[in-house]
Design a protein around this ligand. Sequence first.
Ligand SMILES: [Cu+2]
Length: 132
Amino acid sequence: MKKTFLVMMVVVLAASVLAGCTKGYESQKQVGDVGIMLKVDRYPLVKGDNTLSVQIVDQSKKTVTDATVDVRYYMPPMSGMAPMEFNTQAALKGSGYSFSANIPMEGGWKVDVTVTQPGKTPVNATFNVDAR
Ligand SMILES: [Cu+2]
């Protein structure tokens, strides 16, 4: 009885360690003076709701929190599939901008992030993500 419990504990521990090691998604793109990072804790994305965040830094690596962050996520055209494209705005949450993406189909998606800072020309970066 005690041995069974121990074995179970080891299995549970190993499973949680493995789950904890599952690396999220993190990708940074430099667009002129602006660094745009897309982060997802739970990756690959799932069919359904996903929470993603965008972190922005200026040329001196200082976090930017006064920007408007528009997001367009879409699946590139596929045969036999109606175009899928969604627009949302990421909301400032702490030092980053967070948004939720409801993904209706598994496969490769593109996340297009447009950052507009007051008095500056908008900058844009596209990230490739997977949904499973
Ligand atoms: Cu598709």
